[in-house]
Design a protein around this ligand. Structure first.
Ligand code: FMN
Length: 189
């Protein structure tokens, strides 16, 4: 059982990172092998919409996303975590998500070679926003949940929390518990 954590905040050790660590600890406690990828430390260019991947399943851009795609294929579950930036996801997370294009054909069906590994893959999300109203992060939830539902993966749900200062979320026991539970769920077939 492999659970992959995708950290979309450039603030390493910040709120999204702390909650993702909680989730991965929950998964590990269930016996899963866990790995965290910090997107800000990777080179991931924006999708060019060149459509070459529609035929090949391979992106023409030669950067770190290829290695991440191999890890996505290999994982049983993926937990994404990131803050709200201007009512949306960070540019790091958006570049990563757009590059999922390479998994699909021109009709947004899984490439045949990827389908067996992607079908039913469990996907979870953690969001952090400065706004006391956690629903400020709804557009990010919408992006991930719609992607999961459209492609017949398995939506684990979202943990949505509020924090501003770096590390402030450490004081939020309820959010940490929810993240831990998300991780446990990710590691449960
Ligand atoms: C560029 C930028 C834009 C932001 N935009 C929003 C926003 O639109 N709504 C909001 O509630 N918080 C916004 N925030 C606040 C962050 O979501 C908040 O500080 C969060 O705790 C950061 O999480 P992190 O520690 O994981 O990076 C913004 C922060 C930055 C740096």
């Amino acid at each position: 059982m492999k659970v992959l954590g995708i950290m979309g905040s450039p603030r390493i050790g910040g709120n999204s990172d702390i909650l993702l660590d909680e989730a991965l600890a929950g998964a590990k406690a269930m016996g899963a092998e866990v790995e965290k990828i910090i997107l800000d430390r990777k080179k991931i260019a924006g999708c060019k919409d060149c459509k070459k991947c529609n035929e090949t399943g391979i992106c023409v851009l030669k950067d770190d996303m290829h290695e991440i795609q191999m890890k996505i294929l290999d994982a049983d579950a993926i937990i994404h975590s990131g803050p709200v930036y201007f009512w949306s996801m960070t540019s790091q997370m958006k570049a990563y998500l757009d590059r999922w294009c390479a998994f699909f054909d021109a009709q947004w069906r899984w490439q045949k070679t990827y389908y067996p590994k992607m079908k039913g893959k469990r996907i979870g999300l953690i969001t952090v926003c400065g706004d006391p109203n956690v629903h400020t992060a709804d557009p990010i939830v919408h992006s991930f949940k719609s992607t999961v539902e459209m492609t017949k993966m398995n939506w684990l749900g979202a943990v949505m929390a509020t924090a501003n200062e770096k590390g402030e979320i450490s004081q939020n026991e309820a959010a940490k518990k929810q993240a831990l539970e998300l991780g446990r769920k990710a590691a449960t077939p």
